[in-house]
Ligand binder design. Structure first.
Ligand SMILES: C[S@@+](CC[C@H](N)C(=O)[O-])C[C@H]1O[C@@H](n2cnc3c(N)ncnc32)[C@H](O)[C@@H]1O
Length: 309
């Protein structure tokens, strides 16, 4: 008789699975067999990075963020960044300049496999692809995908776009696949468990791979130094709060009220650095960048970390 290696690793799950076997759950219209759960009722596949996922269990807050980021997003990008052909022209003219400071964090571009986490409308991914990188955007918004791929096509830059929750990236396909994991400009606060997020970043990288994690500086928790019209709070607050999506302030009052909200968790400097270290990365560098609104205040940061083993 063949013994399933899953039961050998998690013997206590077997009984729970037997009891639940009759149940099936339906998600996104798909019927999937009941899954084994831990004593706390957490599916085993969620406790460890998922190497196969038959049905989505997208968190409520991620579903909320998807709605927010699909609200008028394509038209917003056309209004603010230009029609895809215009945007492509700018990217082609000087891709390195379009990357701004982030260019300096890459050792090289040609042939480098880059995962652009929450890469949005492709404003950094298309320049990277033009410089020769093999880029995959992971982002939850179909509207962002449409704009990014139209720009990429017009720029003749090959680009892959996976519409998915970062917490549900298909690791059977992408674990150990990338040389660089890159994010910038307001990403971490969409994820309420920073260790869960960082574990996925770690899993995506090859040994020797590098994470370039740039984001709004935690100082913006206590002062709206980037003038994003976001609420301030105690620096040490661990609260998850409901707030406007990033573009809401660009709409008239009536529309602004209708835009679906997001649920944010803002982190301190030490929470970010300790999480990077805790999941196994070696922290190589931590830079602080001045706010674009007031150069005397911190606005953004970039952490560079290596997966050494
Ligand atoms: C403020 S943008 C990040 C900045 C972006 N790199 C840019 O080009 O400006 C936030 C992005 O995160 C995406 N997002 C939010 N929650 C997500 C999730 N759970 N999984 C994947 N993408 C998510 C949104 O669709 C949006 O494109």
């Amino acid at each position: 008789m063949t013994v399933n290696p899953f039961w050998q690793t998690f013997p206590q799950a077997k009984e729970t699975f037997r009891q639940d076997k009759a149940k099936a759950f339906t998600l996104r219209g798909k019927v999937a067999p009941a899954q084994p759960v831990t004593d706390e009722g957490v599916p085993f596949k969620q406790r460890i990075p998922t190497f196969h996922q038959e049905a989505s269990s997208m968190k409520d807050y991620s579903q909320q963020h998807k709605k927010a980021w699909e609200f008028d997003a394509y038209d917003f990008w056309v209004r603010t960044s230009g029609a895809p052909e215009e945007r492509a022209k700018k990217d082609v003219e000087n891709p390195k300049a379009m990357l701004r400071r982030y260019a300096d964090y890459f050792d090289r571009f040609e042939g480098v496999r880059v995962a652009n986490i929450c890469g949005s409308c492709g404003k950094k991914a298309v320049p990277l692809a033009l410089l020769g990188a093999d880029v995959t955007i992971f982002d939850i918004s179909e509207a962002n995908k449409r704009y990014a791929l139209e720009v990429a096509r017009a720029a003749r830059a090959p680009l892959t776009f996976e519409v998915c929750d970062i917490l549900e990236i298909d690791l059977s396909k992408y674990a150990g696949y990338f040389d660089v994991v890159f994010m910038e400009g307001g990403v971490l606060h969409y994820f309420h468990d920073i260790d869960e997020f960082m574990r996925i970043m770690y899993a995506l990288l090859k040994i020797g791979g590098k994470m370039i994690c740039s984001d709004f500086h935690p100082f913006t928790k206590i002062m709206d130094a980037l003038k994003l019209e976001t609420p301030t709070m105690s620096y040490f607050s661990t609260e998850v709060y409901e707030g406007e999506m990033a573009h809401a302030r660009f709409y008239d009052e009536e529309t602004r009220k209708r835009i679906p909200k997001c649920r944010y968790r803002k982190y301190t400097v030490s929470e970010i650095l300790n999480s990077i270290i805790r999941v196994g990365f070696s922290l190589e560098r931590f830079d602080e960048h001045p706010s674009w609104e007031n150069e005397k205040l911190p606005g953004e940061f970039t952490a560079v970390a290596i997966k050494e083993k």
